[in-house]
Design a protein around this ligand. Structure first.
Ligand code: 3PG
Length: 306
């Protein structure tokens, strides 16, 4: 049984050793493809793989068709918008994610980006504090929940909107539940995005919604760039000199954003939310264990395709 770890953005070396150990202790073979630059390298590597562990690596129909022996793909992380689920189902391939395993890392970065923006990107000028400010968490999943926990430590007033999350979960965390997305944006100076990229959410963070945010608004995106309507964000920021945007996913219009909003915009050069040794270990080992369990017992608990 050949298990391929295919990561354009590599896991920490220690995490790779731990993942390899789980795979080899189960009697399987572990193959590593890191930092590949051409799709052809991935296509070659998958030819005889029975399972693949990936991160944000694109697993499309071409990759799935090239992987003749493939039975399972595990996305070591939360979002699986990089995998063609229909093509996987058509090829009888099970797709799983590892929910929650990297959520603390992403949440810590969201708060770090907030501090960075509110201290004027460390330019030495007088900034402002997070304490006492209203934070709106858009989607209360594993990351949103960790953001709430940490934000409370900063003394922020925390609100959340998530039509898929039971109100009791927010109440249990002492987070104020809002029943419409408009209320979240109109009531909170800070909004942190934690929605997945789906047909429903793509381009949904638009001019109308962002225009509702109060004075000195800050939008923090550690989710996906596709959820932002980029041209409308530009229009809004042109009209609102008080509006700041910080993101861990470089927008398609990064150069334009930099040129126009140098003092109000920041993007990490490469997505680093989940790039900690802890998150790499948690998500990578979980992925390896899920694969071993899948082959040994047929367990499909974290399956995300039909
Ligand atoms: C996720 O969906 O788990 C995060 O976006 C992390 O993605 P990464 O593994 O590519 O860093």
């Amino acid at each position: 049984m050949k298990i391929l770890i295919a990561t354009d953005k590599p896991f920490a070396a220690g995490a790779v050793s731990s993942i390899r150990k789980v795979i080899e202790d189960a009697g399987f073979q572990c193959v590593l493809l890191e930092k590949y630059t051409e799709k052809s390298q991935l296509l070659n590597a998958v030819t005889d793989a029975n399972a693949i562990i990936i991160r944000s690596d694109i697993i499309d129909a071409e990759v799935l068709n090239a992987a003749k022996n493939l039975k399972i793909v595990v996305r070591a992380g939360a979002g699986y918008d990089n995998v063609d689920l229909n093509a996987a189902t058509a090829n009888d391939v099970c797709v799983m994610n590892t929910p929650g395993q990297n959520s603390n890392a992403v949440a810590e970065l969201a708060l770090g980006l907030m501090v960075y923006a509110m201290r004027n990107f460390f330019d030495g000028s007088s900034g402002s504090e997070l304490s006492g400010k209203k934070l709106g968490i858009h989607a209360y999943g594993n990351v949103g929940r960790n953001v709430a926990r940490i934000a409370k430590g900063f003394g922020m007033e925390v609100y959340a909107y998530d039509p898929y999350c039971p109100v009791e979960v927010m109440e249990q965390d002492d987070v104020k539940h809002l029943s419409t997305v408009e209320e979240l944006y109109s009531g909170c100076q800070f909004v942190s995005l934690h929605i997945p990229a789906t047909a429903e959410t793509k381009n949904s963070i638009n001019y109308d919604l962002l225009g509702k945010m109060p004075e000195k608004a800050l939008l923090v995106n550690t989710a996906r760039k596709e959820v932002i309507n980029e041209p409308e964000l530009v229009k809004l920021m042109e009209e609102r000199p008080d509006f700041k945007y910080v993101t861990d996913i470089m927008p398609s219009n990064h150069e334009e954003m930099l040129a126009k909003f140098e003092k109000r915009y920041y993007s990490t050069p490469k997505k680093i939310g989940a790039q900690t040794s802890e998150a790499n270990n948690n998500a990578g080992i979980a992925a390896a264990k899920q694969i071993v369990d899948f082959f040994r017992t047929g367990n499909q608990k974290f399956r995300v395709n039909k």
